[in-house]
Design a protein around this ligand. Sequence first.
Ligand code: ATP
Ligand code: MG
Length: 649
Amino acid sequence: MSDETIANLLNEERTFPPSDAFRAQANVSDPDIYEQGRDLEKFWGDYAEGFEWFRKWDTVLEWDPPFAKWFQGGQLNITVNCIDRHLNGPRRNKAAFIWEGEPGDQRVLTFADLHREVCQAANALKSLGVKKGDRVTIYLGMVPELPIAMLACARIGAAHSVIFGGFSPDAIAERVQDSESNLVITADGGWRKGGVVPLKANTDEALRSCPTVKNVIVVQRVGSAANCKMKDGRDHWWQDLVRDQPRTCPPEPMDSEDLLYILYTSGTTGKPKGIAHTTAGYLMGTARTFEWVFDAKEDDVYWCTADIGWVTGHSYIVYGPLANGATGVMYEGAPDHPRRDRFWDIVEKYRVSLFYTAPTAIRTFMRWGDSFPNGRDLSSLRLLGSVGEPINPEAWMWYHQVIGKERCPIVDTWWQTETGAIMIAPLPGLTVAKPGSATRPLPGVDADVVDQDGNSVPLGSGGFLVLRQPWPSMLRTIYGDPQRYRDVYWSRFENLYFAGDGCKRDTDGDYWLLGRVDDVMLVSGHNISTMEVESALVDHPAVAEAAVVGKAHEIKGQGVAAFVTLRSGHALSHDMREELREHVARKIGAIARPDEVYFSAELPKTRSGKIMRRLLRDIADGRALGDTTTLADPNVVKKLRDQYESTEG
Ligand code: ATP
Ligand code: MG
């Protein structure tokens, strides 16, 4: 990335140091911790001592690039560390999950309840012949049976493969086939915006092309509303199968490097990859980052709004919080059902203190207006988190002011399905936050920004984000395809993990994520990050959300095409289009002025809420649309293309 780009980057000079009060009570307040993180084996070996092992490890790390083995020789079970460990003390009857269904029903599971339900579900799986080493696909909405099913698999040593409940039959079939699962756990249906998601019907359709699946377990969630049909000999009701199972189930001793789960990435960039995570390292990585980044305390009520179908839910709804004995809120439905204040209603109702969500949600809340959060009591909040995309400075400030009332530190957490746990984020008692920067690599994380040749670039410049050293929760391979693992992550630079994201480091050494490297445009020989232009657009008071892509341009090589969603109350017009173009030119420079601005009520997003720029590029360049199976709503992109074609000519 050229120096011009760096000079062009938004000049963000606001800084937010932790308050004295927050610092005084923080889990981490000694800056020496970064130094300690340099000795990886001691740093992680000491931490692992605090967990329950059937057998201690022989070596903390064996590194044969690109293959790492952590805690080799050790044996443990992650469910013992997430559940059983908490049963002989005051946490026994503490809430592990406070669950709220979309229709307003509730369930609280204490750690003792969770233990019993996981053991019964584990015994149910055994009764159908599931054993250590098998793969089980789980396709459920956000119901308590989802974490219970995952933990039941882990209890007996089967790997789970969770598929987000919004995926289509084709997407399910592709993932079931790739993982060669022999059992699927689903539900009759799930609630979403008052309607029913036909989970069982989708499963039935998918399984027509999945011969490895012998049994299906079906959770009853919506009852007669699903009108679901059961197949004799293959389908079993969860409730019937689990009810009479023994209430204890001995945990399977797992090797540290045994497969814990497979999770397919969202597919923003192409064919889904089955990311493989193993047992011990993943436990250490998620447990420690949860405690440190969220500053989690015994009395906190933590709510991560992600779906468990994404890695954020795996690591920070299920494994990380449970390993810390934390109380987590889990919500089944949509943020605007029945009203646009549902999230703030839940914060008020359960006195949520730690809140973790995504920039796409924050921008949506901004668009809906302040009256919704302002109408609820948010005084219980003490820390806010963000994940999934770079957070635009504008959205960061709104989150800070309207939700955090200028009182709560914000942790912008950069990580990936592949990293398993948070890698770059503030330590909220130590780090001076800046709106839009994920700040520093965590202790024990050796990140860097390099140029095309893999050389570290000086502070103040940008390039490719890489990781120089292995970390415990790193992916071990792409399931069934170690060559693709090498190719995708380890071949761009020798012995460096290539994250695929562009990044700049400012002169303080803080990291500013710029989005995927394939989202960088080359305009008249200048590298311009799509993220940078988007942030400038979102900075305009009329703009709710923006997606920017490069478009083939005869003279410049690439031009800038912007797709914009306006905030309620603002009208689309030619003047507005010009105003936005000028706004970008003022914020960044004339070089970044969008050649085209398109208004759209919605932008095409993956089911995890990320903008699919790859499809916008197809539209802008007039190509046939690429794979759309992971889109939340394929109609959005079709509408956009029609609109684009009619205005272009
Ligand atoms: P695929 O790899 O299939 O295209 P994906 O990358 O969207 O899908 P995830 O693993 O869920 O799937 O997302 C990780 C990516 O999300 C990161 O590589 C980065 O681009 C982006 N990201 C996540 N958190 C942040 C953050 N705090 N700041 C900037 N970018 C982030
Ligand atoms: Mg990715």
